[in-house]
Ligand binder design. Sequence first.
Ligand SMILES: *Cc1c(COP(=O)(O)O)cnc(C)c1O
Length: 315
Amino acid sequence: MNTDLFPDLFAKFLSPIFVSDWKSELFEDKKLTIKVLRLDAEHKHIGGNKLYKLYYNLLEAKKQNKTKILTFGGAYSNHLRATAFATKELGMESIAIIRGEEHQNLNPVLTFCKEQNMNLHYISRTEYREKNNIDFIEKLKQQFGDFYLVPEGGSNALALKGTSYIPKIAFDLLKNDINYFVLAVGTGGTTAGILNGIENTKKLKSKVLAVSALKGGHFLKDDVEKLLNEFYENNVDKTKNILSNLILETNFHEGGYAKKSERLTNFINDFNQKNDFEIEPIYTGKAFFAVYNLAKEDFFEENSTIILIHTGGIF
Ligand SMILES: *Cc1c(COP(=O)(O)O)cnc(C)c1O
């Protein structure tokens, strides 16, 4: 059990993380070793990267004696799901500000959130763009009372602190050199943490291949840089150095966020049939698909070890 990171808040209900193999003739041909870090296996409701992003935020909220967490997300947000569960476990209240209108029938994510007693509040897409605006937050405080704010997707400097543990878990489990960490990107918080965690363990050989789940994700590099600067209080040299290990891959969004192509659907169906764990089309499927295609194109050097981070999303 990862008691290093989750000593008090969650240790009691988390399962151990492990590494799975992903074998295929292609990888044998290209002399590549592909491993999968199974963060998804940590918990059946909130396994994946979101707990790592939330952990230090929840600790900070407790320190500040805040009993209410307010956060933002789309209707299918894994972040809302994790926040709802974690706050309930800790006896805190949670409020979700959801982008878009309310639908008659709640989808499975929001149904789950509601079951955890999350307060679901819908706002228009126009209003949602104000989510980082101080006046807007002030208005929310008048409406809901005092709260601890977690930004959309849970990405802030404290999220970076939590996700920085992920490389250490991988190095401890694999015990050999890792040439590439690969993961799917939404807001960039997990990518920033992994880059930082690699820097902290001084295994500077690892590159981070971040696969954008969004269309036109070139801006994500700036977002990752912003988060690192926030974390290192604008130590720009440090940030630039850490950022030099990032490779942002923007060619596998397959139509954009929560969209999928036929080739992606076929790939995922085939993968899920052949392996004893699953990937999904919004995030993990795109990262795995990218690795497969890049291996075909000889992107990875022979004898590389590549670790895919299974960031969750399967419930
Ligand atoms: C949220 C999420 C991501 C993206 O994480 P970011 O830190 O926002 O980049 C990736 N995979 C899954 C399954 C997620 O739920």
